[in-house]
Design a protein around this ligand. Structure first.
Ligand code: ME8
Length: 656
């Protein structure tokens, strides 16, 4: 399915957040496809960029006290810097605040209008700012919450222009039907078909309640309206090629593949083709929707503090190892859980044992037996069977790439490495050389080198620098020419001399990053378990968790506590602490109570207020004065307060 022009895109990322591994995943897949496409000699154009308009960005900027443009400049640069740091081979980085993009989006609006696809009405409904999406009431969860992200939606009633999406229902269904691979993986295509068959509403494509967006074309004379951010954003795929301005790169259109996450499939698989039909532009060849990366089984989110920073991972484990891991670990379209353990296993096993070790074995054998010389002239004579087996695997690879089955691609690409490792074990060069079979041994080295060369070429799109380094050791360069020679024409590797080189994938023995999130979870668990253990221990001992013996209810009722009113209060002169009180607890006589509360209450404060009195205490003497009860009070670091009834109660009322 080779085509001369190959246009590959990522979503343009919102500038309300910094990049996490989800963003890196999409971008790395797209980069690998672009690199592969270039390697096989296609004229490739790879686009990424940032999505900078809309209510969400406006609000994010505002909450930080910033102007939207200034804020967008800053975050957009962070994305671009990260992709540069990650060696992402984009040809253009588009920003929706670019003047050319805005012009192109306006042009599209005019064209759709001329086509008769745009009309003005009032929009009444619910809007989720986080998803920048309108929802009919029926789809809301509990009548309020967004069915996609679960956040609260707001009711919107405003004048709006609409796009006649409903008019495209049949044509969309025909497109899905006639192009079984238009949405990958195929299971996702079925979801989209079911959605469209359920009926499409026309789409509100302008907003008036804020103004951070592309203005409508002049002929509309509608200064209050800005374009709906998804219309603006989707247009980036063609404005980046010059649509609406100089059309310079429009010959790259239609896209070979738009790579996206499954969260934004509806916009790409329904709105976007409908817009393109309205603009009379061809439809993309594929829309590839990948799954979610989760963390320890949970969705990543800033509020949970479990977002994986791709830069940290790449710095610790190696950028290209990380690229390999992401593409190999999860079948395209499925969700994947990020764990350092899984990453380490891939590096130590697939990369270290299978690939790195093979390079080492070749280096060892060639240097020990032939001073580093590797010649492949006799490979076909002695090892044609192995070569055939390798070629069989290589021939299967290409469809996997463009059907986005990258994990299958890498899995199949490892088979030739197994062939090579198996051949060494089977033919035992150390025995052959002793037996004087020098030609066979040299040819075996030639076979290993040839296999390593072919695998390196095919792996180049995923691990460009690593494979360049292997190729250098094998005396050749990875390029469209060597692809032609060693993959398409199935040649054996040219002779070369192997120098000593460092190990490619030093073994990683323990996790290299402190997993703050996991540590926090562990601490939380430990604390919870300690609490539970304490509770069990207390239950066993018949105490509360702070060691106080449990009592039965009958024991509690042995204490009589009553409501009373302080009817007389005086300070005990010689004491700093004591007040002398007379309290009416509904008996014939008032009770005299000496209370140690003078530091917090004056006699005046307490007079005529209600208190709770322990009424059946044996009388005691304090500073020579008889005390016939005790007031209930609570004391902590901030001082003491009396316990009182919430509402006035008759004196003598029992507390139970
Ligand atoms: O949606 N796992 O931008 P965005 C995997 N501006 N991929 C993830 C992910 C995760 N946990 N989280 C995000 C937008 N992604 C729009 C796009 S295109 C015309 C406009 C990836 O910044 C995934 O590709 O929210 C998703 O589609 C993209 O980031 C969304 O990025």
């Amino acid at each position: 399915m080779s085509c001369k022009k190959s246009y590959i895109t990522t979503p343009i990322y919102y500038v309300n957040d910094v990049a996490h591994i989800g963003h890196a995943y999409t971008t790395i897949i797209a980069d690998s496809l672009a690199r592969y496409s270039r390697l096989i000699g296609e004229d490739t154009y790879f686009l990424t960029g940032t999505d900078e308009h809309g209510q969400k960005i406006e609000e994010s900027a505002k909450s930080r006290g910033r102007e939207p443009q200034e804020y967008a400049d800053e975050v957009s640069k962070k994305f671009r810097d990260l992709w540069d740091d990650f060696n992402i081979s984009y040809d253009k980085f588009i920003r929706t605040t670019d003047a050319e993009h805005k012009k192109g989006a306006q042009k599209a609006f005019s064209v759709m209008n001329k086509k008769g696809d745009v009309y003005k009405d009032t929009y009444q409904g619910h809007y989720c700012i986080s998803c920048e999406t309108f929802f009919p009431e029926l789809q809301l969860v509990d009548g309020e919450f967004c069915p996609d992200c679960g956040k609260s939606t707001s009711v919107v009633e405003e004048e709006s222009y609409f796009f006649k999406l409903s008019a495209y229902e049949d044509r969309l269904l025909a497109w899905y039907r006639d192009n079984p691979n238009c949405i990958l993986p195929k299971s996702k295509r079925n979801e989209v078909i079911r959605f469209v068959e359920g009926g499409l509403n026309d789409l509100s494509i302008t907003r008036t309640s804020f103004d951070w967006g592309v203005k409508l074309p002049k002929e509309f004379n509608e200064p209050k309206h800005v374009m709906y951010v998804w219309l603006d954003a989707l247009m980036n795929y063609v404005t980046a090629l010059g649509y609406g301005t100089d059309d310079k790169n429009m010959d790259y259109w239609p896209a070979r593949v738009h790579l996206i996450g499954k969260d934004i499939l509806r916009f790409h698989a329904i709105y976007w083709p409908a817009f393109l039909m309205s603009l009379d532009l061809p439809l993309p060849k594929h829309i590839g929707a990948h799954g979610w990366w989760t963390r320890n089984g949970e969705k990543m989110s800033k509020s949970k503090g479990n977002v994986v920073n791709p830069k940290e991972v790449a710095d610790a484990y190696g950028l290209e190892n990380f690229r390999y891991f992401m593409l190999r670990e999860v079948p395209f379209g499925g969700d994947g859980d990020f764990s350092q353990r899984a990453l380490m296993d891939r590096i130590n096993s697939d990369l270290g044992n299978d690939l790195g070790n093979l390079v080492n074995r070749l280096m060892g054998m060639s240097r020990k037996y032939f001073e580093g010389r590797v010649e492949s002239d006799l490979v076909k004579k002695y090892y044609q069977k192995e070569l055939d087996e390798v070629q069989l695997s290589l021939d299967k690879l290409e469809p996997f790439i463009f059907e986005l089955q990258l994990h299958r691609f890498l899995e199949e690409l490892w088979r030739p490495l197994t062939v090579a490792n198996r051949a060494i074990d089977k033919y035992q060069p150390w025995t052959m050389i002793k037996e004087g079979k020098s030609d066979e041994t040299m040819a075996l080295n030639g076979l290993i080198a040839t296999i390593l060369a072919k695998v390196s070429i095919m792996l180049h799109a995923v691990m460009p620098k690593t494979t360049d380094s292997i190729a250098k050791s094998l005396g050749f360069e990875i390029s469209p020419e060597s692809f032609e020679k060693y993959i398409r024409n199935d040649e054996v590797l040219a002779s070369f001399t192997m120098e000593k080189r460092d190990a490619l994938f030093p073994r990683i023995e323990k996790e290299l990053l402190v997993d703050k999130h996991l540590e926090a979870l562990k601490k939380e668990k430990e604390e919870r378990e300690a609490k539970e253990a304490k509770k069990r221990e207390a239950e066993k001992n018949g105490t509360t968790t702070d060691g106080i013996a449990l009592i039965g209810i009958e024991q509690f009722f042995q204490t009589s506590i009553k409501i009373g009113t302080v009817v007389k209060a005086e300070e005990v002169k010689k004491s700093k602490k004591l007040l002398l009180l007379q309290v009416d607890i509904g008996e014939e006589y008032t009770r005299q109570i000496v209370a140690g509360i003078k530091e917090w209450y004056s006699a005046e404060d307490i007079l005529n207020t209600q208190v709770c009195v322990v009424a059946n205490l044996k009388p005691a003497k304090l500073m020579g004065m008889k005390s016939e009860g005790m007031l209930l009070a609570a004391k902590d670091g901030d001082g003491l307060c009396l316990i009182r009834p919430e509402k006035p109660k008759s004196n003598g009322t029992s507390i139970s």
